[in-house]
Write a protein that binds this ligand. Sequence first.
Ligand code: ATP
Ligand code: MG
Length: 571
Amino acid sequence: MGKDAPGLSLGSNANEAGGRGRDFIRAMIEEDLALGRKKTVHTRFPPEPNGYLHLGHAKSICLNFGVAEEFGGLCNLRFDDTNPLKENQEYVDAIRKDVRWLGGDWGDREYYASDYFERLYEFAEELIRMGKAYVDSLSAEEIREYRGTLTEPGKNSPYRDRGVKENLDLFRRMRAGEFPDGAHVLRAKIDMASSNIVMRDPVLYRIRHAEHHRTGNKWHIYPLYDYTHCISDSLEGITYSLCTLEFVNNRELYDWVLDTLGIFRSEQTEFARLSVTRTVLSKRKLIQLVEEGHVLGWDDPRMPTLSGLRRRGVPAAALREFVSRIGLARADNVVDYSMLEFCIRECLNATAPRAMAVLNPLKVIIENYPEGRVEWLELPLNPERPEQGARRVPFSRELYIERDDFREDPPKKFFRLSPGSEVRLRFAYYVTCREVQKDAQGNVSALVCSYDPQSRGGGSADGRKVRGTLHWVAAPYAVEAEMRLYDHLFLKDDPSDVDPGKSFPDCINTDSLVLASGFIDPSLRDLKPGENIQFERLGYFCADSDSTPERPVFNRTVTLKDTWAKLEKRG
Ligand code: ATP
Ligand code: MG
């Protein structure tokens, strides 16, 4: 695990305050093991294959696989596939890929709730025989009405006292497909006056004439989540069933089902859901973004999906670090997106090689540099770690620099290029701007500069200092590349905070993707999709899955911070 960044554990070790330490779940497990309340740590990650995994799932994956690893236990991957209308194989495949990418290793323990349909059915018959479940023939609407409210108890259904024989007969015929959708449901017989609404005779099975992506047309009834989940946990011997806070009230039912059936007692513990500013983390909303075309697909690099983040160039190790830093809490909170960016930068700073590229090119002609001459300069892959080696980059009479790095009429403290000013070209020479060339419209088309041959490598012979350092690419060798520059997908920290009548797509940032046509040095055209690189002063990038040597495409993963300050200090 954590192959791509040694030393980073998959598991989180942060406490509620966000500092590194022991969180309440790890503390609980330690105590259970110490007191002999539990012998093993067996967890599961239970996604429903009804969408792609997102940042929130990363938290759950790191937690479940992480604690299993830390305590010498196991973690299963279980597809919670009980709703045939919304689930499909594409999602199953994507989920497996994403979990593996994050470092989750489920060995041969890949399970599906649908594998348990037969046993779930047998348990349901058992509940009926025990008088603990009945077939109800109220409509969905009526069931809702009978349920009562937080302040008022519910009412018993008129079908609640059906005898075991009748219930078994109806339930079997439900299974055989004799009834249309909605005609009957199977409900647990618990307590319509319970203060916990979940316990007011919850529905266990519904009729659904739908084809399931794994069981085909075999079933006409499908078990509901609350019933399926606890039994699946129990059948797999899960000791710790970790889930998000919205299931707190469902825990009582979880326990009721397992206790009533008298089967292995898995135990549910809730932790806070991850929410991050400037994103939505709900599959329903993510599906909407894809289906309404607000993004280009599930793996659009602006999406908070694991596949989108991966395509954007976010290393799995950065996500694990993020999850570790945010820690585990018992109460919901919102994490600032900048925390994620911080983790990405920190990870890429240590791992991404450096290179130069120009996003918005302006030509520079060095008038006193011999025509046709090329110098191959050795640029360190990481200036702070020379042992990592170097890349050979050509320098020539004609170059591209960043258009922003020149101002004809510079403001104060503009240390970059302007008429008459001198700057350092990174790793190369000092140059002075001698002449500004313009096209017919009056736009700057090229700069004529002179260079100081004594300043090779970026320092002058006479100790003369310059303040600005610019990156560049040699024009005759430059390879054109599409640069995809991303910004937040939403304009607001909380995308759901919109005016009445509006919804979260209304605060989408229409400038969240900016395309630039830039230049890279030729050594970069062979970067493989997904490979990370730091373009000096521009940010961390990675080659996109659309990238080919003929037509390189780069995604900006994240911008750099304080690069200017750093470079100027070094200069
Ligand atoms: P969504 O709300 O996006 O549909 P979900 O909870 O329905 O999410 P599941 O596929 O059922 O998605 O989730 C699988 C596991 O991931 C569950 O254990 C769930 O609690 C956990 N999980 C989902 N979203 C988050 C989140 N935002 N933070 C932490 N864990 C999450
Ligand atoms: Mg769900």
